[in-house]
Design a protein around this ligand. Structure first.
Ligand code: PCA
Length: 210
């Protein structure tokens, strides 16, 4: 299975998404080998790296992971939208505003990960998590949308996106909630295992936040 994280962006020196994903590289979860790849936080350069990783690994499950600073726990993203509206320039200096990810593409794609079963498993493990209905309109949403579009006919490949919050030391500067790296790693391990071992999804109401 394939996990991706992102390079630091927006003036931060590290991105916990890559730190957490990197720690799982080479591990075996539920009989599946985990490959972790770091994507540039750039609208243009992120996708070729993703396509290369998909071709090289032919994964059954793909989980892209990014940082959503300010959120209080793990966000299981449900929806990728066909919109880019960059709040800040990416690492190459590009700041596209109100353009589609894919001209003429569907308005949105749903995650095909078992987000509810993952939520239950994370809650059982005592890890703060929620279902999120928006992955934003920046590089993360672009990667999520492009991934779901690319896999739209590959019914045997499950894919989706997970946002992690700031690390405690990053969050402190902003007076916002943080999560220790070890807890993020544990959370991702649980999400990967759930995706590899759950058929369909759990059917529970999740009182979702946006
Ligand atoms: N978070 C940004 C892009 C890279 C990352 O880790 C986002 O949420 O779009």
């Amino acid at each position: 299975m394939l996990l991706t994280g992102f390079e630091p962006f927006g003036g931060e020196v590290l991105n916990p998404s890559w730190q957490a994903v990197r720690a799982l590289d080479g591990s075996v979860i539920a009989g599946h080998h985990v490959t972790a790849v770091e994507l540039p936080t750039e609208f243009d350069a992120s996708l070729p790296v993703l396509w290369h990783a998909l071709r090289a690994t032919e994964p059954r499950v793909v989980i892209a992971v990014g940082l959503a600073g300010g959120r209080a726990g793990i966000s299981l993203e449900r929806l990728a939208i066909n919109l880019i509206d960059a709040r800040i320039p990416d690492n190459a200096g590009a700041q596209p505003v109100d353009v589609p990810v894919l001209r003429g593409g569907a308005a949105a794609f749903f995650s095909t990960l078992p987000v509810k079963a993952s939520l239950l498993a994370l809650q059982e493990a005592g890890i703060a998590a929620h279902i999120s209905q928006t992955a934003g309109t920046y590089v993360c949403n672009q990667v999520f949308y492009a991934l779901m579009h690319a896999l739209r006919r590959r019914r045997n490949t499950r894919a989706g996106f997970v946002h992690v919050p700031w690390l405690p030391e990053q969050a402190e500067h902003h007076g916002a909630p943080g999560m220790p790296l070890a807890e993020m790693q544990r959370a991702l391990g649980i999400i990967v295992r759930t995706a590899l071992t759950t058929r369909g999804d759990a059917r529970v109401a999740a009182g979702a936040e946006s």
